[in-house]
Ligand binder design. Sequence first.
Ligand code: AHR
Length: 504
Amino acid sequence: MSLAAKVTLHQDFTIGEIDPRLYGAFIEHLGRAIYGGIYEPSHSSADENGFRQDVLRLIQELNIPVCRYPGGNFVSGYNWEDGIGPRELRPKRLDLAWRVIETNHFGVNEFIQWCRAAKMEPMMAINLGTRGIDEARNLIEYCNHPAGTAWSDLRRAHGFADPHQIKLWCLGNEMDGSWWQIGHKTAEDYGKLANETAKIMKWVDPGIELVVCGSSNWDMPSFPEWEKTVLEHTYDHVEYISLHSYLGNPENNTPGYLAKTLKMDDFINTIVSTCDYVKAKKRSQKIMYLSFDEWNVWYHSIGKEKTMKPWQIAPPQLEDIYTLEDALVVGLMLITLLKHADRIKIACLAQLVNVIAPIMTRTDGACWRQTIFYPIQQVSRFAKGISLETIVDSPCYEDKNFGETPYLDTIATYDPDDELLNIFAVNRSLEDQLMVEYRLYGFSKSKFFEHLVLNHQDIKAVNSEENPNNVLPVKQRPTEIQDDKLQLTLSPCSWNMIRFGKAD
Ligand code: AHR
């Protein structure tokens, strides 16, 4: 059977400009993300800094512009000073967040070197769990002050004459997480601390941008009161508020799983409204932007850490193996982010390597792309410029949690510089193909480039070291825009990218 849907868009009807930082990522001191992932001095592909070049090549395919570090939950117990200076003098510590031993062989300077090698901007989180203003001002002085003070001269003595110029900083991590965050705080206490820390960090370097912690997820009992209280304290000193979302299918209910991005959309709308409420209350002219600095699918590995022997060094943790179904959800999450390009200016896929990641490695061995790699790669490479309003008229199914769920979810982006139009679409139907008529006003002269589809007869299909190309994007038949109309057929359970460019 076939389903039919209609989509209308116009070159001039825009949502907003897409900030390239929407395609950021996150790497934490957790599991094999760093040790055995991006940093493995004994690996055959490692450079003189110990950075795996095979992994760097895959990261470059993903075109990631910014990377958040060092946590996550890890940062709330982290002493950044442990990770600087000669390696042999760096202390081993208990990491209480993930119940492992941290060797500190990789620290802030290595992270900056790795970011430069990967052509990414660093986004540094500070510890507001066990520490506070003093640590933050010292860290920013160490990183960003040119020279002539104790901390900046120490950086120079460590071999970094030029300041790191880290522009983006996160004021702690998930500080509302009472049962999992080291040094959790009430909204009131966190708001006051974040505000004072923000103020002092900007005294050290007025050029920085700051992200204050929003709720850890939409199920937190304190959401959205947390955002309101925290912003009432910090509005004047921060540029962004954070959001985190992890989706999963523990119920093994695919239609319900694919509907979960409706809730993500709702979450974003509520946070935008809360920001605007505080803006109005403060009679402020400033717009608060959103940093969706942790998002992904995470559920396959949940619970496994309970059986893990504690206090190991870099054991495998959170190593989700992703299915085609997960790749569709990641695609739907990307579409949701693009629908809010006017307010979400930063987003970080959590995480990048081995830990809930698009890239997997074997320590001392190969690396490969998981299923979720492909929608991320396609969007980060091609969805540039402007996000366009898409008016969708799609048949729906009824989901018990989210109600009417359209089979079609889609977004279009337009890059005016190169006159490139890109359409991204997911068909949520498990059985039926979807015939979609796109009315593309203003694009009648665009020329078809390609239609790539990601699907598989088995929705649970995965890529592995032995079978790395099991789930791959495949080219579809060419199509054309005629009289502003484009007819597309979307296979059941598929992620699609359709690209158009300048006519000759
Ligand atoms: O990304 C894994 C963890 O998820 C992060 O450490 C934490 O911030 C979130 O709960």
